[in-house]
Design a binder for this molecule. Structure first.
Ligand code: TXA
Ligand code: MG
Length: 368
């Protein structure tokens, strides 16, 4: 299959296409076309039951008409996703929620009011119209409304809910740029709408309401503290059945073995080994911010010299910036042909808890 990638900026009106003719089947051609044409083509393909990769404010999603089981089956095929892993449904507008789900809790309504559109996914009891393949046979459906202007424009024009998991192969690091989607799914999907780098860089927070308590099933850009004004919040400890594959101990994993440490300082790099470092910010490897003196800074340089590749998630110690860079930097380190990636935990405030969660899962790589 030929994969096309188009750049899109919402609201752009001028014309002109530089699209090439498709060459051999199975070959990927990267095409840049005018955004209007890109939108029109994405909408047409989705109407026809095809899959299209679209940017959201969290990560890129691989979208298909959520009410068309044949279209949704193509998502599973392209991602090599096991059928037991249910998908998130993205709404064209808030009103569409009542068509696919039953809203029972007033807390859910308040969360919707506060966080939609945005990076919060809520689990509801589903209506019959939602095909079993979307929910992996569950009686519940995960729903959110993306705030990304490109996604919104397309889903609104379509006026149908879109099922969209992250546009990566199952278990891999989610893509945060159009070219990353191409790396993951080249030749497996017909079309990628490139909307630049995604804002948050990690997947949405997933919650469900049980007996008036907000249970966090996956940490994400909406931190637990932001949910507290709406009720008691607890993290669901995954015992027994896994409710969300984002809860699988191994997920979001680079190919290279990754270990997670509290502090990169003093990490013993074995000679002859190609070891890369993923640090929080340039001063972070010497402990807390208060210790950052000129002497400590020299020590950092020396520590960092033992690593053949180093990435700093943020230049200034900003957690939002760190989240936005996380998956790109994991990809970059993964491409360095390393024996090992050593990642450093970040402070657990705000979105930091979700960053640490992804790093933990990336580190629990099965040994083949
Ligand atoms: O930010 C995001 O949520 C991105 C963008 C594309 O929207 N999507 C995403 O989808 O991360 P995916 O498929 O990679 O993750 C979907 C998560 C999984 O952990 C899945 O188990 C959970 O949602 N999920 C889906 N339906 C569920 C349900 N009925 N009950 C509990 N968890 C569910
Ligand atoms: Mg995913």
């Amino acid at each position: 299959m030929r994969t096309e990638i188009v750049s899109a900026r919402p609201g752009k009106t001028s014309g002109g296409s530089q699209a090439d003719d498709p060459s051999q089947p199975g070959e990927t051609v990267v095409v840049r076309v005018d955004s209007d044409e890109g939108f029109a083509k994405a909408i047409k393909l989705l109407r026809e039951g095809e899959v299209v990769a679209l940017p959201t404010e969290t990560v890129y999603g691989l979208a298909a008409d959520a009410l068309n089981p044949d279209a949704v089956a193509k998502i599973f095929q392209a991602k090599e996703r096991p059928r037991f892993a249910p998908l998130i449904v993205h709404l064209p507008n808030r009103q569409a929620l009542a068509e696919i789900a039953i809203v029972e809790s007033p807390i859910a309504s308040q969360l919707i009011e506060k966080f939609w559109p945005g990076p919060l996914t809520i689990i509801f009891r589903k209506r019959d119209v939602v095909p079993d393949i979307v929910t992996a046979g569950l009686e519940t459906v995960a729903v959110r409304m993306s705030a990304h202007p490109v996604f919104r424009e397309i889903v609104s024009a379509l006026d149908r809910p879109l099922a969209a998991p992250s546009a990566s192969r199952f278990g891999r690091v989610s893509p945060t740029t159009g070219p990353h989607v191409l790396d993951e799914l080249d030749g497996r999907i017909p079309f990628i709408v490139d909307g630049g780098t995604t804002e948050y860089g990690i997947e949405s927070t997933i919650v469900r309401i049980v007996d008036g308590v907000i249970e966090v099933l996956r940490r994400g850009p909406i931190p637990m503290g932001a949910l507290q004004p709406f009720g008691e919040v607890r993290e669901r400890i995954s015992a027994g059945a896994i409710i969300a594959p984002g809860q699988l101990p191994t997920h979001y994993a680079p190919k290279t073995k990754l270990i997670l440490v509290e502090d990169l300082k003093g990490f013993p790099v074995r000679s002859g080994k190609r070891v890369g470092a993923l640090a929080f910010y340039p001063g972070a490897a010497v402990g807390d911010a208060g210790l950052r003196s000129a002497i400590a800074a020299t020590a950092v340089v020396r520590e960092v010299e033992n690593f053949v590749a180093v990435r700093h998630l943020s230049q200034s110690g900003n957690l939002r910036e760190a989240a936005a860079n996380l998956f790109r930097m994991l990809r970059e380190l993964d491409a360095e042909n390393l024996d090992l990636i050593v990642a450093e935990r970040v402070p657990k405030e705000g979105i930091g808890a979700a960053i640490n969660d992804r790093l933990e899962r990336a580190s629990n790589r099965r040994t083949e």
